[in-house]
Design a protein. Sequence first.
Length: 134
Amino acid sequence: MKLIEWKDSYGVGINIIDEQHKKLFAWINELYRAINENKDEEILGKTLEHLLDYVNFHFTTEEEYFEQFDYFQKSEHKDEHREYTEKIKNFIEERQNNKNFLSFEVLDFLEDWIISHVLVSDKKYVKCFHDHGL
């Protein structure tokens, strides 16, 4: 059972980034599956930590290219990355401090964020990256 299916339209045409995006989709779907099987308490903390670690790895990949290619919207895009990171850190902290933490709130945020970020923000750098040979 999946919440979000990868579609070719989500791709940016850069293999390393598309593969990383697919892994992020897979982790979101893993959380969705766990919620549907009432196992979200077992894996929510682990999944949030993994999403934070993996997305930081992914953001580093993008941001290295931003610097290498002097992408003109790198500051705005990095700000979005920082906002995501802070939101996930806040979810982790809230979960640790609140027994009534609702995992579907995390899932809702993740679904909206990943699709919006991939379809809007990431699409903006495609021309720059392609112009530099990626």
